[in-house]
Design a binder for this molecule. Sequence first.
Ligand SMILES: Nc1ncnc2c1ncn2[C@@H]1O[C@H](COP(=O)(O)OP(=O)(O)OP(=O)(O)O)[C@@H](O)[C@H]1O
Ligand SMILES: [Mg+2]
Length: 150
Amino acid sequence: MRVTLSSEEETIALGERLGRRLEAGALVLLRGELGAGKTTLARGLARGAGYKGRVSSPTFALAHVYRGTRLTVHHLDLYRVAKGADSELGLDELLADPRAAVVVEWPDAAGGAWPKDRLEVSLSHVPGGRRVVTKATGPRARKVLESGRA
Ligand SMILES: Nc1ncnc2c1ncn2[C@@H]1O[C@H](COP(=O)(O)OP(=O)(O)OP(=O)(O)O)[C@@H](O)[C@H]1O
Ligand SMILES: [Mg+2]
């Protein structure tokens, strides 16, 4: 999917639409330069999972957990994490949580290998807003992109 979103609200709405289709075990990698809208999209994803509370950037906390009515979402920001540090972060445990989905900003910072089935979202600045390109690399991720009643 390739779309251009012209406001923060549109980014949240796309996240919410995708978030409604997220299932436990799903992994979403959010890529894009500083300020590209990754946390904004994560806010929508959490809403789609039925989470009503606040979603802030986990840059300092590293990880937040949102317990939605439908699904729990772990939201990570690896911006400040050194390469090779993934094994110390408990990422494997989060990814193995059978009741949760995992959303990661700056997924390449830790230098580890992610599970093969994931939804990759790239955001970039364009005049008038943000460009969003999505790619599913496995069946679980493809389900999130399937159009439905979302
Ligand atoms: N489609 C859009 N059009 C214009 N502005 C947007 C859009 N989506 C998000 N923004 C704005 O971009 C700014 C940065 O968003 P956000 O914090 O989500 O980026 P980020 O990629 O998480 O940044 P960081 O790399 O610092 O984590 C916010 O002010 C947000 O409102
Ligand atoms: Mg962010």
